[in-house]
Design a protein around this ligand. Structure first.
Ligand code: ACO
Length: 387
């Protein structure tokens, strides 16, 4: 193919890598037909029911659930690596106050490639320590960036706290309740990995050149920051507010769909049934809003889903709720500011990105695809005075 003359006849090639397999992985598998997601072969529903953040992270990074002593040392290591780095904090404080914490994370990760000088000396047996540092620094940076965004003093991490408690403490300055901690933990567990989504593919592409771990994860955060990847949970909340204000949810949904609008939090490139993460987020919202009356987000979202499903069923479209349909309302109930929704996604997905980089390092081949050139060739150079 690389020796073919360019031809416009190739223009109908499938672009955007839709349905294209680009590499193999044993990190996670998305079963889009049956609505299942597996991390290293374990269904996420089981992990959400029984596992901790650290256990799931170890599973994804290494391929196996940890023994008790492994888990203890992994937890201890993550907590101890969560100290704030003076140079990074100085960088954060230089940003304008309105800076989005996710974009601050992208820059700080890239700067850590220069600050963390040990990087160049890291050998393969130290990779796990390297990724632990990145995973533990992520909430430290995000929390500092969030507090800078609010214009309130930054907080020192508490290395005596486990990962999730420490993250919530650094954001809000309060130790969370057990219930808040577990909700956040489940939210992070179910968003840790998801096959070859755009940010994971980006992390793998950059890592495949043997660029350092910080550059690969920083690039992945950049990919996540686009509105077609992260961000639909905030848009779902905006839609929910409009539906509430309309006074008639059913008419609101019909009008939106008939005018060519999209129901935010519905539809998925891979799932042709309900996204399994949406089921777990809905359970969380149900628990959090158990005592609320009929105006609750849960009830209105249920009505939106029901009405939209009727429409999609008639049109024979396999469009169902995705992870972002309920997640924003869960975060809202936990008192989390919308500017953090994508940031929380990144804190979770950092584990997945690092797992993919580790997997790739075991048998690395540079990602270097071909393109279909559809321009002209042999055009003569025209001197500037003749153009
Ligand atoms: N509401 C109404 N119509 C929809 C929706 C929706 N939520 N989703 C898809 N459709 C329609 C499209 O308009 C399209 O119709 P057309 O053929 O008449 O143009 C048809 O269904 C097929 O849709 P595609 O966009 O081709 O489906 P694709 O699989 O490429 O896109 C996507 C999936 C981008 C997620 C889409 O469903 C969407 O925009 N959903 C709303 C935004 C959203 O929830 N994003 C979060 C996704 S989950 C995540 O990224 C973590």
């Amino acid at each position: 193919m690389s020796h073919q003359e360019p031809t416009k006849q190739n223009d109908d090639l499938k672009y955007n890598m839709r349905d294209m397999v680009v590499d193999s992985t044993s990190v996670s598998w998305v079963d889009g037909i049956n609505g299942r997601l597996f991390y290293r072969g374990i269904n996420i529903a089981e992990l959400a029911a029984h596992a901790t953040f650290e256990e799931t992270a170890w599973l994804l990074l290494t391929g196996k659930l940890p023994t008790k002593s492994r888990l203890d040392s992994f937890q201890w290591g993550l907590s101890n690596m969560s100290h704030s780095q003076e140079k990074v904090i100085r960088i954060i404080e230089e940003f304008p106050q309105y800076s989005n914490p996710l974009l601050v994370l992208q820059t700080c990760l890239a700067s850590l490639a220069c600050i963390d000088r040990e990087d160049e000396y890291f050998e393969e047996e130290n990779y796990i320590e390297k990724v632990m540092r990145i995973i533990s620094q992520t909430p430290v940076i995000l929390s500092a960036a969030y507090r800078h965004y609010l214009g309130v003093p930054l907080l020192e991490p508490r290395s005596d706290l486990p990962f999730i408690e420490n993250f919530i403490y650094m954001l809000f300055g309060k130790i969370p309740t057990k219930n808040q901690t577990r909700c956040m933990e489940i939210a992070l567990i179910i968003q840790m990995d998801h096959g070859f989504n755009p940010s994971t593919f980006t992390a793998r592409t950059v890592a495949s050149t043997l660029a350092n771990f910080y550059s690969a994860t920083s690039a992945a955060v950049g990919a996540l920051s686009g509105s077609l990847h992260g961000g639909a949970s905030v848009l779902t909340l905006e839609m929910l507010e409009k539906a509430k204000q309309s006074g008639n949810v059913s008419v609101f949904v019909q009008n939106l769909l008939q005018s060519g609008g999209k129901i935010m939090g519905m539809g998925h490139r891979v799932y042709k049934t309900v996204d399994p993460r949406a089921i777990i987020f809905k359970d969380l919202l149900t628990q959090l809003t158990a005592k609320e009356e009929k105006t609750s987000d849960l009830k209105i979202l249920n009505q939106i889903e029901e009405e939209a499903r009727k429409y999609f069923k008639e049109k024979m479209l396999p469009i169902y709720v995705n992870v972002d349909f309920w997640s924003g309302s869960v975060y809202k109930k936990l008192g989390i500011h919308p500017v953090l929704y994508s940031a929380i996604f990144a804190a979770a997905r950092m584990v997945g990105w690092c797992s993919h980089i580790l997997e790739l390092r075991q048998n690395n081949r540079v990602y270097s695809p071909l393109s279909n050139y559809n321009g002209e060739i042999n055009i003569p150079y025209i001197p500037i005075e003749q153009r």
